[in-house]
Design a protein around this ligand. Structure first.
Ligand code: SAJ
Length: 433
C-alpha cells in the first residue's frame, strides 16, 4: 500500500460504497474530499462519525478525519482523481436512471484539469462511462477526452465496479479483485495505478463496456441462482420435502452448488441490477427476467403462507423475526422481510410483534398498523407463532427447547431441528383423466 500525501482524491457520494472507499483511500495518506448533496451526511462525517452501520467503519472514519486526511463537503474542489459512487436506481418501468452519475460528471467538469483521472464505480448500464466522457467533453471543450483524441487525451476515464458485500465492506474493498475498464487502454492503466494504492486483490484491465457488463453479470448470476433455490422451495413444499435437506444433499455432488432459498431477494443491488440487462436487451433475457419474477414472487408466496397461518390461529400472537434484507446488517432497503412484515401487520395489526435487533424503532408505516417492536426474549415468552424472515445470528442461537412448542414458519432454514407440522394428506394422483 502506497502512502502519498501529494495525491488528492474526490469521492462523489458518501453512501454505503463512497464513504468506506473514501476512508480506505484516506488511510493510505492521500488527501480525500468526500462530496455529498446531503448536508447532514457532510456534517456527520466531518465530526468523525458515520451515518451508516458497517463493521469497523466508525473507527476508521474517526481516525482519518482526526488525521485530517478525510474531509467532507457539499462543494467540489480540484483533485487528481475523481471517484463517482452515487446511486443508480431504476424508474417505475425498470429503466435505469443514471441521472446522479451524469450530475456528478457535470459537477466534476467545473474543476477538471489536464492530467486528472475520473473513475465511475456505480453499477451502471453498458455505455454509461462513455456518457460520462461525453458530458465532460461537452462542458469542457478545452480538454481532450479519451476515445476521441486517441491516446493523446488530456484526462483518463475508467469504469471500475464496486463488488463489496455489505457487512464485509472494509475487508472486501482491500482483498477483492478489481475489474478496471478504460475508455482506452491508457485510461485503464492510469486507473490501475490508483487502485494499486489500496487493493491487495488482483487488478485486471479491460474496456469500460466489458467492465460495465461484468458487474451486471455478477449480480444477475446470483439472482438467477437464488431463483433456482426459491423455485426448489416451492416444489419441495408441494411435495412435503425439506428443501434445505435436499439442497445439502445435492451439494454433496462435486459439480452442484445450490444457493439458499429465502423470503425473496433484497438489497439495492441483486434485486435491481438484473433489470439493467433486461432493459438493454429485452428479447435476449427471458431467463434473467424470469429469475427476477420468481424471486419477487417468492415474497408474495411467503406473505400468503404467513397470512394463512395467522388466520388459522385466531388467538395467537405472531412474531416476525427480522426486517433487514439479509443477516447481521441494519440495511432494510428493498427488504423482503420488511415487505412480509408490513403485509402481515396490515392484515393483523396489534397481533403482530416485530423482533429486529438492528432497529431502534419501527419504520413509520409498520408502527401505524399497531404492530410493536419487542426483543427476542419477550417474543419467546409471548408469541405462539414465530416467522423467521432473516437469519440473524441471534435468531439462529435460540435452542430447540425455547421454541419446541411454537408454531414456526422458517423461511431461512435456520432451525433444521424444529419439529415439522405433519403435512395434510395429498389426494392420490388421478392418472386417468
Ligand atoms: N440471498 C438468498 N439466498 C442466498 C444468498 C442471498 O436468498 O443463497 C438473498 C439475501 O438474503 C439478500 C439478497 O439475496 O436478500 C442479496 O444478498 P447477497 O448477500 O447475495 O448480496 P448483496 O446484495 O449484499 O451484495 C451483492 C454482492 N454481489 C454478489 O455476490 C454477486 C456484492 O458482491 C456486490 O458488491 C453487491 O451486491 C453490489 O453492491 O452490487
Amino acid at each position: 500500500m502506497l502512502s502519498d500525501p501529494e495525491l488528492s482524491v474526490v469521492v462523489m457520494g458518501l453512501g454505503y460504497i463512497g464513504l468506506p472507499t473514501a476512508a480506505v483511500i484516506a488511510r493510505t495518506g492521500a488527501r480525500v474530499l468526500g462530496v455529498d448533496v446531503t448536508e447532514s451526511v457532510v456534517e456527520t462525517v466531518n465530526s468523525g462519525r458515520v451515518h451508516i452501520e458497517e463493521v469497523d467503519l466508525d473507527g476508521l472514519v474517526s481516525g482519518v478525519v482526526a488525521r485530517g486526511t478525510l474531509r467532507a463537503s457539499m462543494t467540489i474542489e480540484p483533485a487528481d482523481v475523481f471517484v463517482i459512487a452515487v446511486p443508480t436506481p431504476f424508474d417505475t418501468d425498470h429503466a435505469p436512471n443514471i441521472g446522479y452519475v451524469l450530475d456528478a460528471a457535470t459537477t466534476i467538469a467545473t474543476v477538471l484539469k489536464a492530467g486528472d483521472t475520473i473513475i465511475l464505480e456505480s453499477t451502471s448500464p453498458v455505455g454509461t462511462t462513455e456518457q460520462v466522457r461525453d458530458v465532460l467533453a461537452k462542458l469542457r471543450p478545452d480538454i481532450r477526452v479519451p476515445g476521441r483524441a486517441g491516446e493523446q487525451a488530456d484526462i483518463a476515464i475508467a469504469y471500475c465496479p464496486e463488488r463489496v458485500l455489505p457487512g464485509r465492506i472494509l475487508v472486501e474493498l482491500i482483498d477483492n479483485d478489481r475489474v478496471i475498464g478504460g475508455i482506452t487502454p491508457r485510461c485503464a492503466r492510469k486507473a490501475l495505478t490508483f487502485y494499486r494504492r489500496f487493493v491487495r486483490g488482483a487488478c485486471v484491465t479491460t474496456t469500460a463496456r466489458a467492465a460495465e457488463m461484468t458487474k451486471l453479470t455478477e449480480n444477475a448470476f446470483r439472482d438467477v441462482n437464488i431463483a433456482f433455490a426459491n423455485e426448489l422451495s416451492l416444489i419441495a413444499d408441494t411435495m412435503g420435502v425439506d428443501v434445505w435437506e435436499v439442497i445439502r444433499l445435492a451439494n454433496r455432488h462435486p459439480r452442484v452448488n445450490i444457493l439458499q432459498p429465502g423470503p425473496g431477494v433484497g438489497g439495492h443491488c441483486i434485486a435491481v441490477d438484473p433489470w439493467f440487462l433486461v432493459h438493454a436487451a429485452p428479447d435476449q433475457t427471458p431467463l434473467i427476467r424470469t429469475a427476477r419474477e420468481v424471486n419477487d414472487g417468492k415474497t408474495d408466496h411467503v406473505i400468503g403462507q404467513v397470512s394463512a397461518l395467522v388466520d388459522s390461529m385466531p388467538d395467537a400472537v405472531v412474531a416476525c423475526l427480522g426486517l433487514a434484507f439479509k443477516a447481521n446488517i441494519d440495511d432494510f432497503r428493498e427488504s423482503p422481510a420488511l415487505k412480509v412484515a408490513q403485509a402481515v401487520a396490515d392484515a393483523f395489526g396489534d397481533r403482530v410483534r416485530i423482533v429486529e435487533p438492528y432497529a431502534k424503532s419501527l419504520p413509520i408505516a409498520l408502527a401505524e398498523t399497531g404492530a410493536t417492536l419487542i426483543d427476542v426474549d419477550s417474543a419467546i415468552e409471548t408469541c405462539a407463532i414465530m416467522v423467521v424472515l432473516v437469519d440473524h445470528d441471534v435468531f439462529k442461537s435460540i435452542p430447540l427447547e425455547e421454541r419446541a412448542d411454537k408454531t414456526v414458519l422458517d423461511t431461512r432454514g435456520i432451525w433444521p431441528d424444529q419439529p415439522r407440522p405433519v403435512p395434510p394428506p395429498r389426494p392420490a394422483a388421478d392418472h386417468y383423466h
